[in-house]
Ligand binder design. Structure first.
Ligand code: HEC
Length: 157
């Protein structure tokens, strides 16, 4: 009788142990699954951030990209020696291009006419004598070059 009881107890304990083992396996599997889900979510979040960065980069590039006309104007502005007296952001001998652009926008001035010597100076008329010498060179430029140069100046903010 005692032997039978012992056997029953042994079997019972064995099955309990194995049951506990199963439960532990289950917990491990659940933890693994949770880890994997967290990892996947983090990966996905990283990818979303990367994608957002890529979109932002593309948008920045579009904003920076200048039209061919403005690019040509900038080249002409350098080639014609205008850069000796004008910088984009700061006053040099002549006003900064951003200030010329601002005045022409506010007063709705005609910059092409100014460069053809057909309109008066509106930015700094007191200093016009210094600028006047350059109009000999600008007034003989083809219309499309004047259009490019003035588009470039007006594009500076
Ligand atoms: C020797 C220096 C000098 C050079 C070179 C020069 N500028 Fe100027 N520029 C000035 C000065 C000074 C003024 C301010 C006087 C004025 O407003 O006319 C001025 C003014 C201007 C203005 C504003 C005119 C206004 O309505 O008052 C424009 C536009 C301009 N320059 C374009 C050019 C271009 C384009 C070139 C090259 C072809 C050029 N400048 C070369 C000195 C220079």
């Amino acid at each position: 009788m005692k032997k039978v009881l012992l056997a029953v107890l042994t079997v019972g304990m064995l099955s309990l142990t194995s049951c506990g083992g199963e439960a532990k396996k289950g917990t491990d599997a659940a933890e693994d699954a949770t880890d994997k889900t967290v990892d996947a979510a983090e990966d996905a979040a990283d990818k979303t951030v990367d994608a957002a960065d890529a979109v932002k980069d593309a948008a920045d590039k579009t904003a920076d990209a200048v039209s061919p006309k403005v690019a040509k104007g900038k080249e002409l502005f350098a080639a014609k020696g205008c850069v000796a007296c004008h910088k984009e952001q700061d006053k040099l001998v002549g006003p900064a291009l951003k200030d010329i652009a601002k005045v022409y926008a506010e007063k709705k001035g005609n910059m092409v006419k100014f460069l053809k010597e057909e309109a008066d100076a509106i930015v700094d008329p007191a200093q016009f004598a210094i600028m006047k010498a350059n109009l000999a060179a600008t007034k003989v430029l083809p219309g499309e070059d004047l259009d490019a140069i003035t588009s470039y100046i007006r594009s500076i903010k």
